[in-house]
Design a protein around this ligand. Sequence first.
Ligand code: C5P
Length: 223
Amino acid sequence: NRKPIVAIDGPAGAGKSTVTRQVAQQLNLLFLDTGAMYRAVTWLVLESGIEMSDEPAVAELVHQCQIELIPQQDQLGVCINGRDVTAEIRSTQVTANVSAIAAQSVVRESLVKQQQAYGRTGGVVAEGRDIGTSVFPDAELKIFLTASVKERSQRRQLELQQQGLEDISLEQIEQEIAQRDYKDSTRSIAPLRKAADAIEVQTDGLTIEQVTEEIIRLYHQKI
Ligand code: C5P
């Protein structure tokens, strides 16, 4: 008898990470950021100097690597092979290359297996692109979080500025987001798609708190 699973999917920059972390905190469930796992593998590939397109080499790397997600007070810590890459996986270089890594079947098989292991006993709020369609198709609650490209780009720019990470133009961010959406929704394995039984939440003009509240309301309504 497993505890509930909440699946939150949606395109890049829809605010999934922050919202999902807060939903998990308030419901006292485990927060599973699957994008962070694809990002960690991408960071490792870049670090190793392997070509993104060298699938056999990437496969070997992903089979040998160990990813840990460590809940911290205000963020989710991510380690790969014992190295803390929490900040590094948000770099523009990782972001620009992650979709190419996430499209590879061996990478997905390996990471999805780990994600499903987290969900075996339930009690998880998982976010990504294929959670409701492929990782946890029997999740009790499925949310599809969207926002216009403009809104998502503005949020991402603010986020980057707050972290003091990089100073990128809005046009550049818009282009990057549209490109990543395209790659993620047109790949052959588990593309980004709203599950038939997912509830779409359009977040333009809403704050993180409002979106979090809405998902919690839907959760109590369903469970
Ligand atoms: O959500 P985030 O922006 O961190 O995701 C980074 C990338 O990881 C996505 O653009 C996508 O290519 C990949 N991803 C995926 N499946 C998931 C989560 C993320 O393919 N469930």
